[in-house]
Structure formats: structure tokens, C-alpha cells
Design a protein around this ligand. Structure first.
Ligand code: GDP
Length: 701
């Protein structure tokens, strides 16, 4: 039978770790009593040590789940008696004053505003001198709320106790002999849930404080009968305690003194239960039989829960098992795979195309700056159209212009801009990986990922852009163009111009729509031209006669015929109109026989020439960015993942990480629940053979 209780105590704590539902609870002994009834002294007498928090100011603020585990006499270095707080991981504590200190700290950690917490403290005590028992110590009932205790505290404690004294628990109602039982809050509470006293044991403390006949009368239980009876104890002696006397010895001395000197009342011939030893035995018996009778019910309940968990595991996860470690490994693999997949975007041709796009923009900027705004561009275009003109006949003006344009392009910071373009692409890529599944569930890992990948890039950007700048240096001085290159350059600039043309037309269309049609826009343009003409005249006059300025400005009357936004639109429309004209001229030039002729016509067809330059720059930049930046990054990144992303996690952190992902957490939770239930079921089945045919509790009156 011993073995049964012990096993069931183990099973009980496993069940508690599965869930707190009442259906899966095995009985425990719940200790209730009013403050100062001697509750702590009784528990300490049972354990044989002082270990409970002491003090006037209501020191038990949380339930203490006290599990006593009977151990064989120690035969090695292990301490014979020790306590453990499984949730705190402090290891074995053989100094009971340290247990007392820890319990005090845990209790005092409950904020004063709450005063009482429902969250139990798990304490296990191992000793050859304790029986296998589970006891739950609850805050003592208080009679009157004191100044520093909230008014609701009384009810709070009462409702906490009420929750614990439900079935199937056994109630240990502690009452002091010197207080009328009619006033015992413990008995009152127990009667509410157990009117017949079938699962309530009365403990009468401080027997030494009442005359023996009165004590005997209380224990007989005639006034408030309890099926499980009353046990009388003396747990503290009024006399002086020997300094080296153990709690057990002291209790024994007190009980021998009192019960021994009143044998006529409490001797073996009486049917009364007295003494801590008797109490201990009584508790064991009662718990054992209660556990045994719960066995059938709990087995059924666990079986049902287990079947449900197994079914859910099958349906939801197809019985697929996972571990936190496997999830971490999968996450790392997934990250590498995703990265690899994305890196295809950074193959050389892709990078080259991206760089070319950026350089084409630069070319258009240069053309706009140097050619499109040059009033002589029509001249250049008609030169290209004239078959009689020879390249050497063209004015040096245009030669200088081309050289300026080429130099503007090659010296525009291509090294830095192209490196940053590619680095930004990588950064965006990593950021998107870090923001996506599953890293969206792992903010810290995601931050780390971003941090170290940005660091690799930062490390390489300077070197790379210097290297690129260095390698394009020759183009700053001389650019040779092959006929084949010229052809493709010319074609590309045709495409670019056509695109630009379409864009200009679209802008114009937008403006027309905005101002209310082409007619209106024409009117606006005429008006703005007049304004500009007037402005020019005025400037002319001021130039001739500076004195005129003041009079002039006074005479210019602001004309509010059109809103300012429309005036601005008109100016833009004029600019796009002019731009369209230039583009059309240049398109014609590019299509001319002359431009088709080859690279010796570079001065007449700067667009084709600059496009070739842009191509060369893109090619060279891509090559060196590939070597200096991309190769390094692609080599380094997977290594950094291995050595920095999740490398230093211990077992607990791995579990924590995995559980950050709600999908994984749900999976793990169900899996663990199923495993624990299976284990409990196995243990319960193994008990079936031990289970006695019938266990009954002897009623004691
Ligand atoms: P709790 O508040 O219910 O935990 O009560 P305690 O165990 O702290 O006891 C309250 C007071 O009663 C303390 O001063 C104890 O010394 C005293 N006390 C406890 N048990 C006995 C006993 O059997 N005999 C006597 N004379 N005093 C006791």
C-alpha cells in the first residue's frame, strides 16, 4: 500500500503539470485553520523541522504545495534530509533555515496590494523520517482585517481556501484546544463542502493549554462529529527548549509530558487519537485510502484525455513529432535555402543590368544638362543630317562638349553609387527575409540577422567602391569604341529617347487634363509667354536705366487671371513642349545615315557615345562588385548564420525560441500533453496490479 501512495503522489504532480483542471486531480491534504491556531507548528511537527515563514504579519501569502517523500536512510554523500523547489532550480537545500528564508522571500514577493496570490509554491521535502504525503498549506483565516490589510483580504483568503477544499482533497482542519470549536473558521468552511465530515480530519492543537477532561471531550467529537475523527497534539511547549533539541524531540517531550501525565484520559485504553505520530499515521492511512478510491476515476479521466490528445495529434499533425532543436535546425536550413534562392537575383548579368539602368539615368541627366538646354542643339542635329559635312569640319565647340559630357559621366562617383546600389539591394533582401515567416515570430533572432548581415556589408562597402572607382579610372582619360559597341549604344539611346518621349507626352497630357483641356492650356501658355516677354522688357529697361526699377515695380500690377498652380503648370507644359522638340530632333539625328556610320561620328551623336561609356562602366563595376562585395557576402553570410544566429542558445533558450512561433508552440504543447498523459497512463496501468481489492477507512469516533 505504501508503494501505491508514493506512486500516486508522483502521478499527482505529473497531472498538475499537465493541467489544473479538476478532472485530473488526485487528492491531497489541505491544511486550513485560523491564524495562530498552530497550523505551522503542526506541519513542522510532521516534517520534524522548522521551515515555515514566521512573523505576525500574515506571512503565508501563497499556497504551499508541500510534497513529503520518504527516503531510505542515506548511505553516501547525499544529505539525509533536504528540500527542493522544483520551479526555482536551486538544487537540494539541506539547511532548513534556508528553506524558511526562501519561503519567506517568495511570500513577501507577493505585492502588498494583492496580499494573497493563488499561485502555489512547489516545495518537496525528502527525508527518511517523513511519510509519503502531499499537504497544501494555505494562508490562515483572519478574523478581523487589520489596518494594513485590505478589507477584501478576509474574503480573498476564504475563497482561496474554498477552492482547495473541494473534492477529492482531504481537509485538515486545525483548531486550537483553547478556542471554542464553534468559533473555528476551519470547521465551518469544511462543513460547507463536507457536511458529514467524510473527508475532514480535525486537529486539535495546544492540548496542553486546557484541562485534560476538556481536551478529551473535544477529541471525542461528540459536539461536532467528524467521520475521520479528531487528533489531539501538543506541538510547542511552553517550557524552555533545549538549544540543541530537534523539533521532533521537542514535540515528543511536550506530548509525553502532557499525554503521559493524563493517561486516564488519553492512555491506550481510550479510543482517542493523540500525538503527532498518531496524526502522521492517520494522515497516511486517510490519504492512501482516498488515493486508492480515486484511482479508478482518475484512470478513466486520464484515459479520456489521452484519447482526445492522441486523436488531435493525429488529426492536426498526422502524428508528426517535433522538437525545439529540430525546429531551430529547420529554421536555419530554411534561412540558408531562402537566401540561396534570392541570390540568383545577384548573378552578374542581373547586377550589370541594374547598374546599366542607373548609369542610363546618369546619361540622361548629363544630356539634359549639356545638350537639351543648349540653344545650338538644332544646329548639331542638322549637321548630322547633312551628308556633305565631314567629322573634321565640325566646330571644336562640339568636341569639347562631348569631352565634358563624358567626363561628367565617368567622374560622377560611379564606384560609390554602384556599390551602394548593390549593397542596398542585398540589404533589402535580408530585411525582407528577416521580416517574413518564420522570423516575424522571432524578433530577437531577426534583429541579429539584420545586424550581422549589415555589418558584413558595411565592412565591404568602402573597399569595394574604391576598387570599382580605381578600375574605371582609365575611362576617365580615354574611351575606345568598337563599331559593334557603337551600334548597340546607338540602339539603346534610341530606346531611351523613345521612352523619354512617351514620358514627356504623358506629362503634357496630365497637365492638359489638370488645367481643363488643350484650348485652355494654350491660352495659359500664351499668357505666360506675354508675362515673360514683359518681364524681359522690364529687365532690359532696368539694365539701360537702373533708376527705372522702383517706378517699374510699382507699375506692375499683379494679374490674377489664372491661379498660381496653373501658371506653374503652363511653365512646365512649355518646358515639356520644348523638350519634345529637342527629343524629336535628336531621334532623327540618331536615325540618320551619319550616326549609323560608326564611332567616328561620336561628336555628332553624343547619345550613342555616352551609352557605350555607360555600358563599359556597368560592365567593369559589375565585375569588381562581384569579386569584392558579392562573393564575400555570399561566402560570409551562411557562416555567420551558423556561428552567430542561434549558436549560443542553451536548451532552455532553444525551447523558448521554438515556442515564440505560435504554430510550433501549439504543436509542442499538444505533443507534450499527449506524452505526459501516456506516461501517466502507463504508470496508472502498472498500479492496477498493486491495487488492493478493497480499501476502507476505519471510522474513528
Ligand atoms: P499559525 O499561525 O496557525 O501557523 O500558528 P503557529 O504554529 O505559528 O502557532 C501560533 C502560536 O501558538 C505560536 O506562538 C506557537 O508557539 C503557539 N503554539 C503552537 N502550538 C502550540 C502547542 O501545542 N502548545 C502551546 N502551548 N503553544 C502552541
Amino acid at each position: 500500500l505504501m508503494h501505491l501512495t508514493r506512486k500516486l503522489i508522483e502521478i499527482r504532480s505529473m497531472l498538475l503539470s499537465i493541467d489544473q483542471s479538476d478532472a485530473l486531480k488526485l487528492p491531497s491534504i489541505v491544511v486550513i485553520g485560523s491564524q495562530s491556531s498552530g497550523k505551522s507548528s503542526v506541519l513542522e511537527a510532521i516534517v520534524g523541522h522548522e521551515f515555515l515563514p514566521k512573523g505576525n504579519n500574515m506571512v503565508t501569502r501563497r499556497p504551499i504545495e508541500l510534497t513529503l517523500i520518504h527516503t531510505p536512510q542515506a548511505n553516501g554523500n547525499d544529505p539525509e534530509e533536504y528540500g527542493e523547489f522544483p520551479m526555482l532550480g536551486l538544487g537540494k537545500i539541506s539547511d532548513f533555515s534556508k528553506i524558511q528564508k526562501t519561503l519567506t522571500d517568495l511570500n513577501l514577493a507577493v505585492p502588498a496590494s494583492e496580499a494573497v496570490s493563488n499561485d502555489p509554491i512547489d516545495l518537496r521535502i525528502y527525508s527518511p523520517r517523513v511519510p509519503d504525503l502531499t499537504l497544501i498549506d494555505l494562508p490562515g483565516y483572519i478574523q478581523i482585517a487589520s489596518m494594513d490589510q485590505p478589507e477584501s483580504l478576509k474574503e480573498k483568503i476564504a475563497s482561496l481556501c474554498e477552492r482547495y477544499i473541494r473534492e477529492p482533497n482531504i481537509v485538515l482542519a486545525v483548531c486550537a484546544a483553547d478556542v471554542d470549536l464553534a468559533n473555528s473558521p476551519a470547521l465551518r468552511a469544511s462543513r460547507k463542502v463536507d457536511p458529514l465530515g467524510l473527508r475532514t480530519i480535525g486537529v486539535i492543537t495546544k492540548m496542553d493549554l486546557v484541562p485534560p477532561e476538556q481536551g478529551a471531550s473535544i477529541l471525542s467529537g461528540n459536539r461536532y462529529p467528524l467521520h475521520l475523527g479528531y487528533v489531539g497534539v501538543v506541538c510547542k511547549t511552553s517550557g524552555i527548549r533545549g538549544s540543541r533539541e530537534s523539533t521532533t524531540a521537542m514535540v515528543q517531550r511536550g506530548e509525553n509530558d502532557y499525554f503521559g501525565s493524563h493517561r486516564q484520559y488519553f492512555g491506550s485504553t481510550s479510543s482517542l487519537m493523540v500525538g503527532t505520530d498518531t496524526l502522521r499515521k492517520r494522515l497516511m492511512e486517510v490519504l492512501e485510502s482516498s488515493m486508492a478510491s480515486s484511482l479508478h476515476g482518475i484512470t478513466n479521466a486520464v484515459q479520456l484525455e489521452l484519447e482526445e490528445a492522441q486523436y488531435q495529434f493525429k488529426v492536426q499533425y498526422n502524428d508528426r513529432r517535433i522538437t525545439a532543436e529540430s525546429y531551430v535546425a529547420e529554421t536555419v536550413d530554411l534561412l540558408k535555402a531562402r537566401f540561396k534562392e534570392f541570390t540568383t537575383q545577384f548573378r552578374k548579368p542581373h547586377v550589370r543590368a541594374k547598374l546599366k539602368e542607373m548609369l542610363d539615368d546618369k546619361v540622361m541627366d548629363v544630356l539634359e544638362q549639356l545638350y537639351w538646354t543648349d540653344k545650338r542643339v538644332p544646329e548639331l542635329s542638322s549637321l548630322a543630317a547633312d551628308p556633305r559635312v565631314k567629322p573634321e569640319d565640325v566646330e571644336p565647340y562640339w568636341r569639347y562638349k562631348l569631352e565634358a559630357a563624358s567626363s561628367l559621366l565617368t567622374k560622377s562617383g560611379v564606384g560609390r553609387d554602384s556599390t551602394l546600389l548593390v549593397a542596398d539591394g542585398l540589404r533589402t533582401l535580408i530585411d525582407s527575409i528577416a521580416a517574413g515567416e518564420p522570423f516575424n515570430h522571432h524578433p530577437r533572432a531577426s534583429e541579429r540577422l539584420i545586424e550581422f548581415s549589415h555589418a558584413i556589408l558595411r565592412d565591404r562597402i568602402g573597399v569595394t567602391s574604391d576598387q570599382v572607382e580605381n578600375c574605371i579610372k582609365p575611362y576617365k582619360y580615354e574611351i575606345e569604341v568598337e563599331p559593334r559597341e557603337w551600334d548597340s549604344g546607338r540602339n539603346e539611346s534610341l530606346t531611351l529617347y523613345e521612352k523619354e518621349l512617351v514620358q514627356c507626352e504623358e506629362r503634357l497630357k496630365e497637365i492638359r487634363k489638370r488645367v481643363g483641356g488643350g484650348r485652355r492650356l494654350n491660352g495659359l501658355v500664351v499668357y505666360v509667354k506675354e508675362l515673360e516677354a514683359k518681364e524681359r522688357e522690364r529687365k532690359q529697361r532696368v539694365l539701360v536705366n537702373p533708376e527705372a526699377e522702383n517706378e517699374e515695380s510699382a507699375s506692375v500690377v499683379e494679374d490674377y487671371r489664372y491661379p498660381p498652380a496653373q501658371i506653374l503648370d503652363a511653365r512646365h507644359a512649355m518646358m515639356y513642349g520644348n523638350r519634345l522638340g529637342v527629343l524629336k530632333l535628336r531621334l532623327a539625328a540618331l536615325k540618320s545615315k551619319r550616326c549609323k556610320g560608326g564611332p567616328e561620328n561620336d561628336v555628332l551623336c553624343p547619345e550613342a557615345f555616352l551609352s557605350v561609356v555607360a555600358d563599359k562602366l556597368a560592365y567593369t563595376s559589375a565585375m569588381f562588385i562581384n569579386i569584392e562585395l558579392l562573393d564575400h557576402f555570399f561566402y560570409q553570410f551562411p557562416r555567420e548564420i551558423d556561428s552567430r544566429l542561434l549558436y549560443d542558445l542553451d536548451r532552455r533558450e532553444i525551447v523558448e525560441f521554438a515556442r515564440e512561433n505560435p504554430v510550433v508552440k501549439k504543436h509542442l504543447d499538444l505533443q507534450e500533453r499527449k506524452d505526459k498523459l501516456e506516461e501517466v497512463m502507463k504508470q496508472l496501468n502498472s498500479l492496477a496490479t498493486l491495487r488492493p481489492e478493497s480499501v476502507q477507512t476505519t471510522p474513528r469516533r
